[in-house]
Every structure is written in C-alpha cells, then in structure tokens.
Design a protein around this ligand. Structure first.
Ligand code: SAM
Length: 273
C-alpha cells in the first residue's frame, strides 16, 4: 500500500499515481466479469444504464460536457456525446491523456477495444449494435480537448480552458474518492469541480462505496476514501448541489476479483444550486 499517502495527504496521493498503468487498470476493471454485457448484474452495464437514463431524461443537455478524471476510459461519455455539442476529457496523468488521444485519433494499439461498449450503448438508445461506428465517429467529432486536471486545486483546469459561464454538465467517475487522502479532501475536491459548472448545471457522479484501496497496476496499491451513501449526500449538500437521484449497486461476490475492496457503487444525478 502507498502508506505515505495517508501521512502526507494530497502530495503523497500524487506520488502514488506515478505508478498508474492504464493498460493494467483497463484490464482489471473493464473486461469480464466486470464488463460482461450478457449479464444484467455486471458492474459496467449497470453504470452505462445509469448514464444512459440520466442523459435521456430530457433535462441534461447543452453546449459543453466536461468529464473530470477520465483516466484511460471512454464509457462515461458514450451517452453524453449524443446530447452535447462539445465534450472535454481531462486527467491528471499524461499516460492516461495519451491513451485517450490514441483512441480519438484512431491510431490503433489501444489498451482496450471499446467496440462492445459502443454496441451496448447503441442498444440502450434503441439503435442497431451495428451503428457503433457512427457513435464512435460522433464521439471523435465532439471531443474538442483532452486537458490536464487537478481536483485539489481551487481551479482544477488551466485558466481559460472553459467558457467563463462554466460547463453545462460535469461527469466524473471513480475520481474524487480515489485521489483524496480523506473525506474532508474529497468534499473540498467536489467544491472545486462545482466551480467549473454553470449555475443550474448538472453533475453526474459515479464512485466507489466502502473502498479503501485499488490497484492502479501490478503492485500499485492506491488508497481510497471509504465512502458511504450518507457521506456522499452530505458532501454534495455542503458544496452547493441539490440531489436529484442516488442509485446504489452492490457488487456480487464474483465481481470481487482482487483488484480492490469495493463493496458497492453509487450513481448520483445532482444539480448546482
Ligand atoms: N474515470 C475513470 C474510470 O471511471 O475508470 C478513471 C478513474 S481512476 C480510479 C482515477 C483517476 O483519477 C486516474 O485516471 C488518475 O490519473 C486521476 N487522478 C489522479 N490524481 C488526480 C487529481 N489530483 N485530480 C484529478 N484526477 C486525478
């Protein structure tokens, strides 16, 4: 375990992330059984279902969607890319930004084949799975930037990165709790990203419940703030969000594959006050 993170807080968390291995992380979390599209109770289809519903209820749309802490993954914007004109992806690490760039530029040699994800979301949208190529083209067309981010800074993105009014919607998955040394830092980070959102803009937040560590690569054990639902709700309230919906997924025993100690996942749809 990266024990130093617990002692030195935010700076030591950043040091832990230097060992993050995008390909291994994708392998651990985004292949079966966690990404089994034949199973209703698999974690990835659950997340994709939550995001699909949130983006198709009619209240979440606009010009700009920003994903905070994208990592090497794209699943979190597969529904959102249809209802926003522009999408910005962000991550703290250059290796993750590189991985995203490789896919967006269609350069091949990607850490994961996103085709089954694209096909699954097409099905959720009532389209033919064969239309996945159009969805891939749509995503490649609307992603305008892949930017560095640090949620521990009061201004997580470089000045001028967003229009002055802010983004219309933020999505962030498994980022804040996995980069914060404690609950107070998690809440502060939530407050920082709140500042990137326009008034009345939406936040779609997915995160781990009851998790104390995860592996970001072989031997790279990263500490996580173990959250419960009440703490998530209290942090949202404290940082000026109104909760619209909280959904919880409990990990079936066979999804506990030894890459973390997560017990559940929360999905939040909230609105900036
Ligand atoms: N969003 C992806 C997902 O759903 O799988 C990746 C989540 S991964 C658990 C956490 C991500 O947070 C990593 O990609 C890491 O590089 C990023 N990260 C690390 N420190 C950060 C910081 N200070 N600010 C923002 N993101 C950070």
């Amino acid at each position: 375990m990266c024990e130093k993170a617990k002692e030195d807080g935010v700076a030591a968390m950043a040091a832990c992330y230097q060992g993050f291995d995008p390909a291994a992380y994708l392998q651990y979390n985004y292949t079966p059984p966690r990404a089994d599209f034949e199973r209703q109770d698999s974690i990835v289809p659950w997340k994709l279902g939550c995001l699909h519903r949130a983006f198709t209820e009619g209240d979440v749309s606009g010009e700009l969607l920003v994903d905070i802490g994208s990592g090497p993954t794209l699943y979190q914007v597969l529904s959102g890319c249809e209802v926003f004109n522009r999408v910005i992806l962000t991550d703290f690490l250059e290796v993750n930004r590189q991985e995203l760039r490789r896919w967006l530029r269609d350069e091949g040699d990607c850490g994961l084949d996103w085709t089954p994800y694209l096909q699954h979301v097409c099905k959720l949208e009532g389209r033919q799975p064969s239309e996945w190529t159009e969805k891939a083209a749509r995503l490649r067309a609307v992603v305008s930037d892949i930017l560095p981010v640090d949620v521990h800074r009061p201004q997580p993105l470089a000045p001028g990165a967003l229009p002055s009014v802010g983004a219309d919607c933020l999505v962030s998955c498994f980022c804040l709790e996995s980069v914060s040394p404690d609950l107070a830092a998690f809440t502060r980070a939530l407050g920082h990203i709140q500042g990137l959102l326009r008034p009345s803009g939406h936040l779609l937040l997915i995160g781990a419940l009851g998790e104390s560590y995860y592996f970001g690569g072989p031997g790279v054990k990263i500490p996580v703030v173990p959250l419960n639902e009440a703490e998530v709700c209290a942090s949202l309230k404290e940082t000026g969000f109104t909760l619209i919906r909280l959904e919880v997924y409990t990990l079936p025993q066979d999804m506990r594959v030894g890459v973390d100690d997560v017990s559940g996942v929360f999905f939040v749809k909230a609105k900036k006050e």
